[in-house]
Design a protein around this ligand. Structure first.
Ligand code: AMP
Ligand code: MG
Length: 470
């Protein structure tokens, strides 16, 4: 009873200091709750039955070719440095080179204790596992770089989070799990040879054209700038942009207390632990820059020891604010039908956002409604909206097919927080129908046709806060 995948493990070939070899801890009664067939087939995964999948992806048996390990990393959490984090509840089974030639990590999350678990139990409960499954796959369908979800397996065991909750394991697929925090751990310890090895490894794996550590820094900053703009264009708030949750690949990683906004507000925060609003919606650009400054600092020992090198690294990080602004403007301009935005178009976008915020308008539906006949219905300040629309229409005269541009930039559906909570409650009660319905609709976010799921929450449906994924 096993499954096979074309494993080709490169991380396991790095020196011992990079990880600890550890097997997943078996679970009482693994049961497959969700499985991503198309992702499995792109990975070349083969299996006989769903029970085999549950057994292996629950951690009870190793697939042939796996070389399980927990990765070491550190990171800044809410701005303070934690010298040792690491995979405390995740185990990398290994890497597969997929059908398109891309190397992907296959990782079990919630698979038991590791040497990095500190006080934790190494487990996850069903709620965060399904939240990550739904949101990461929704992000993928929206065209935003992200880790993927391959499977969710119920363990048949309880985990204790103030109360007993059903346990689950997520199988996560990522182009790698290298984080800013992976670099920080060696830099802070002064293990320069490991830092050098890691940098070489990251360049070969992700940015083969990058010229040394400076090239790597530049490439990662480019990807992060685009990523943050793409999050904001769909109203996504990551919620815990710690440096250990910032992937070198430029994929969105670690869907803990993340959420999509319903009513627009620039300072929206969902995470119950983010009391200062460090990771609020509109703070995300400056936090991304801060995170890249930490990467630059970590890479410093590898850079040429000269004022010129220091100035170049500083310039790369500082340039990010403008890069994010440009990417933001391009994406938000497309949301109002404009293809090549000028600086003046920024004011037009801002004016609309001000109206939306003042009215508490729904972010997703207001933008989508712009290409329909009844956009005004999204706004209570109808006069204000009508005045904006005049200016906007005049500007659109210079565009070829604004409607097509808008329909490709404005999703009909996002994974709304109240639907996620509802889906989790149903799943805890044994009903996966809401999960399947959400997954169906979110697979085609620009053309979805499940109006009940497009609707913003009513007053009593609003879920104002999210909790960490532990
Ligand atoms: P996160 O906030 O989810 O990015 O996790 C921060 C750190 O805490 C990482 O090192 C995790 O591996 C660790 N961690 C989170 N939850 C658990 C758990 N239930 N058991 C052990 N370690 C955990
Ligand atoms: Mg994390």
């Amino acid at each position: 009873m096993t499954i096979t995948a074309p494993f080709d493990n490169s991380y396991a070939a790095l020196p011992e200091g990079f990880f600890s070899r550890i097997n997943p801890t078996p679970v009482a009664n693994p049961r497959l709750l969700a499985f991503n067939e198309s992702l499995a087939s792109s990975l070349g995964l083969e299996f006989a039955t769903k029970d085999d999948l549950a057994f292996v992806l629950g951690g009870n048996e190793l697939p042939v070719g796996a070389d399980p390990l927990a990765q070491l990393y550190a990171g800044h959490q809410f701005g303070s440095y934690n010298p040792q984090l690491g995979d405390g509840r995740a185990i990398l089974l290994g890497e597969v080179v997929d059908r398109t030639g891309k190397r992907r990590d296959i990782q079990l999350k919630g698979s038991g204790r590791t040497p990095y678990s500190r006080g934790g139990d190494g487990r996850a409960w069903l709620g965060p596992v399904l939240r990550e499954y739904v949101v990461s796959e929704a992000m993928h369908a929206l065209g935003i770089p992200t880790t993927r979800a391959l499977a969710a397996v119920a363990t048949g065991e309880d985990v204790y989070r103030e109360t007993a909750l059903p346990g689950a394991v997520l199988t996560r697929v990522a182009s790698s799990h290298l984080r800013v925090g992976t670099f920080q751990v060696y830099a802070h310890r002064g293990e320069i040879e490991n830092l050098r090895l890691l940098t070489q490894y990251a360049i070969e794996r992700h940015y083969p054209d990058a010229d040394g550590p400076m090239g790597l820094l530049r490439a990662v900053c480019d990807r992060q700038a685009d990523l943050i703009a793409s999050w904001m264009s769909v109203g996504f708030i990551h919620g815990v942009m710690n440096t250990d949750n910032c992937a070198i690949s430029g994929e969105t990683i670690d869907y803990g207390p993340c959420a999509f906004m319903d009513a627009f507000h620039v300072n929206r925060v969902f995470s119950s632990i983010d009391r200062q609003g460090r990771y609020a919606f509109s703070n995300q650009p400056q936090i991304a820059v801060w995170n890249m400054a930490q990467l630059a600092t970590a890479l410093l020992p590898l850079l040429e020891n000269s004022d010129a090198a220091l100035a170049e690294a500083t310039q790369i990080v500082h340039a990010m604010s403008d890069q994010i602004e440009t990417a933001w403007r391009t994406r938000f301009a497309a949301k109002i039908g404009i293809t090549s935005p000028t600086k003046q178009d920024r004011a037009l976008i801002d004016d609309l956002l001000v109206l939306m915020q003042k009215d508490g308008a729904d972010f997703t539906n207001s933008f989508r409604a712009l290409s329909g006949d009844d956009a005004v219905a999204q706004f209570t300040d109808r006069v204000g909206f009508a005045a904006w629309r005049e200016k906007w229409r005049a500007r659109l005269a210079a565009e070829d097919d604004p409607e097509a541009v808008m329909n490709a930039a404005n999703p009909v559906i996002i994974p709304r927080n109240h639907r996620i909570e509802e889906m989790i409650q149903a799943a805890v009660a044994g009903d996966m129908a809401p999960f399947n319905r959400l997954m169906d609709a979110l697979a085609t976010p620009f053309t979805a046709t499940d109006p009940e799921l497009h609707r913003p929450p009513s007053q009593d449906e609003i879920v104002p806060a999210t909790f960490c994924g532990t």
